[in-house]
Every structure is written in structure tokens, then in C-alpha cells.
Design a protein around this ligand. Structure first.
Ligand code: C2E
Ligand code: CA
Ligand code: CA
Ligand code: CA
Length: 279
């Protein structure tokens, strides 16, 4: 029965089995992806809500495999977090992002900062803060041009080494952002222990902020909450003009989303910067 061809295969395997097969395939390919230079870094502009100037960039990992093509970040990051490859993968992203930022500063875009996603495993690693200071030094970049995005599950981590590492990064001058704010846990107590600079409101809020009054009230409350704590607010996933209008009305500081630009390659970013009225 299994000889009936490719399409019939799915008929005999469960969805779960297929997912497992794909995950182990990805795991296997990921081990050589770094050496084969299949992983690159894309950048999504972060725009000032008032001036609409590009002020920052979020670095996002991209994986193009010669045979299976593009693999979504969510998918391979989850695998890398599970098997620990995220430590070397994350290091590669950091090295690339800071090198690229240095290059952008050199060609005149010296107001830009870069925001890099972190995973808990990287912060657990004992050399992490040393790596960051070394990379900043090597590229002669001031620490405040680097922002590190951590999710609420990292912020909630009670391991002393992780808490100390975040504080150390803050002491060097690196900025910390809470990513996907509002969807993780209902606890915000971590804001007492770790000091952060930025809250990134999760895109699921922005998605229905103009159609769901509850979301609208919540989003507006989150912005006020952040401002009372002296934090900057970034709205992610902004796709439509009405969403931008709402965020402007409620004094959100920064905007990120397809409305301005999707994540783009470094080359595309450079031409985008040259063609935008940001200078
Ligand atoms: P994230 O950190 O929340 O990143 C934002 C995601 O939203 C990105 O997906 C981005 O392409 C997408 N996005 C941007 N604007 C819009 C929009 O207007 N509408 C919608 N619907 N989506 C938008 P991406 O690049 O596929 O990344 C997915 C996730 O993978 C990231 O979510 C992050 O959690 C993880 N990730 C990506 N790169 C890295 C990395 O270098 N390190 C770590 N640890 N995680 C990463
Ligand atoms: Ca992020
Ligand atoms: Ca996010
Ligand atoms: Ca996310």
C-alpha cells in the first residue's frame, strides 16, 4: 500500500509522526547549517512613532536550505533551543548583527541601534556577558546601540546566574527589552528584580486593537503602565494605517511591522535606508 506514491504517504502516517520526522530532519540539518553558511540575519526596521524615522533594527535569523528551501524561524529556533545549538547559533547572530551595525554606522547611519533576540540557554552560558563586551569592543560600538530582547519566561527565571548576567549587561550599558509582552504570564513581578528599558507589545494585541474594544483598552493601559515605569514601548506587527493611528493617539513610542517594512537582507536594508527620508 505504501507504494502508491508520495501523496499517499500522509494517509498512513499521523500528523504527529510527520511533525516528529520533520523536527528530527531539521535537527540533523541544523547541525551543519552554520558551517555551510546557510544561516543569515535579516533586519526589520523599527520606526519612531512621531517622526517615522528608522531608529533601530530587529535582527531575525533566516535559514535557507539548498534542498528544502526556507525554514521558518519559529520552527528551527525551537529545535535549536531544545538541543542546545541555540548557543552557537545565537553567537553567530550576535557577531553578524554587530558587524553589520558597525558597517551601517560607518556609512553614515550612526544613529541606529540593533535589537537581538536571546534565549535562556545563552544567558545561562557562563561566558555570555564577556562575549557581549568583547563584541562591542571589537566593533568599537557603544553598548547603548545594542538592545537584547528577552521573553517573559526568561525574565521570570529565578536562577541567580541569569539574574546577575542581565544586571551585568545593564551595568555595561546594554539595553534590555521584554519581547512579546502581555501574552506570557500574568506575572509582572519580575519588573522588580530586573531593570528593563523597553516593552514590546505582542503582535496579537495589535492584530485586533482597532476591532476589539477590550484589546484597545488593554493596549492603551499597557502603554501608560510602561510610561509610568519610564519604559519605551514598541508595538510589533503593525500592518495597517488604522493600527498606526491608534498607536499614535495613545503615544506608543516605536512601531515595527509590515506597514513600514518586512525583515529584509542587509543589502536591501542599505538601499531602504538610502531611500528613506530618515536623514
Ligand atoms: P519575534 O521575536 O516576536 O519576532 C517578530 C516576528 O514577527 C518575526 O517573525 C517577524 O518577521 C514577524 N513580523 C514582523 N512584522 C510583522 C507584521 O507586521 N505582521 C506579522 N504577522 N508578523 C510580523 P520571524 O522572523 O519568523 O521570527 C519568529 C520568531 O523566531 C521570533 O519572534 C523569535 O521568537 C524567533 N527568532 C527569530 N530570530 C531569532 C534569533 O536570532 N534568536 C532567537 N533566540 N530567536 C529568534
Ligand atoms: Ca523579538
Ligand atoms: Ca516579539
Ligand atoms: Ca514571538
Amino acid at each position: 500500500a505504501k507504494k502508491k506514491g508520495k501523496n499517499q504517504f500522509s494517509f498512513y502516517t499521523t500528523k504527529l509522526e510527520q511533525q516528529r520526522t520533520r523536527a528530527s530532519k531539521i535537527e540533523q540539518l541544523l547541525r551543519t547549517a552554520l558551517e555551510n553558511e546557510e544561516i543569515s540575519v535579516y533586519y526589520q526596521p523599527i520606526v519612531d512613532a512621531v517622526s517615522k524615522r528608522i531608529i533601530g533594527l530587529e535582527a531575525l535569523a533566516r535559514w535557507h536550505h539548498p534542498e528544502i528551501g526556507d525554514i521558518p524561524a519559529n520552527e528551527f529556533i525551537a529545535v535549536a533551543e531544545e538541543n542546545g545549538l541555540i548557543v552557537s547559533l545565537g553567537k553567530h547572530i550576535l557577531i553578524t548583527a554587530l558587524q553589520d551595525l558597525k558597517h551601517l554606522h560607518e556609512i553614515g547611519f550612526d544613529h541606529l541601534y540593533v535589537s537581538v533576540n536571546l534565549s535562556l540557554r545563552q544567558l545561562r552560558h557562563h561566558d555570555f556577558t564577556a562575549l557581549i563586551s568583547q563584541l562591542l569592543q571589537k566593533n568599537k560600538l557603544q553598548a547603548n546601540y545594542l538592545e537584547l530582547e528577552i521573553t517573559e519566561n526568561i525574565a521570570l527565571c529565578d536562577e541567580q546566574h541569569v539574574i546577575d548576567s542581565i544586571q551585568e549587561l545593564k551595568d555595561i550599558g546594554v539595553r534590555i527589552a521584554i519581547d512579546d509582552f502581555g501574552i506570557g504570564y500574568s506575572s509582572i513581578g519580575y519588573l522588580r528584580t530586573i531593570s528593563v528599558d523597553t516593552l514590546k507589545i505582542d503582535k496579537s494585541f495589535i492584530f485586533d486593537v482597532t476591532t476589539n474594544p477590550n484589546t484597545a483598552h488593554l493596549t492603551s493601559a499597557l502603554i501608560t503602565f510602561a510610561h509610568n515605569l519610564n519604559l519605551q514601548v514598541v508595538a510589533e506587527g503593525v500592518e495597517r494605517a488604522e493600527q498606526l493611528y491608534f498607536l499614535e493617539q495613545h503615544h506608543c513610542d516605536k512601531i515595527q511591522g509590515y506597514l513600514f517594512s518586512p525583515p529584509v537582507s542587509f543589502e536591501q536594508l542599505v538601499s531602504l535606508l538610502h531611500n528613506s527620508p530618515s536623514r
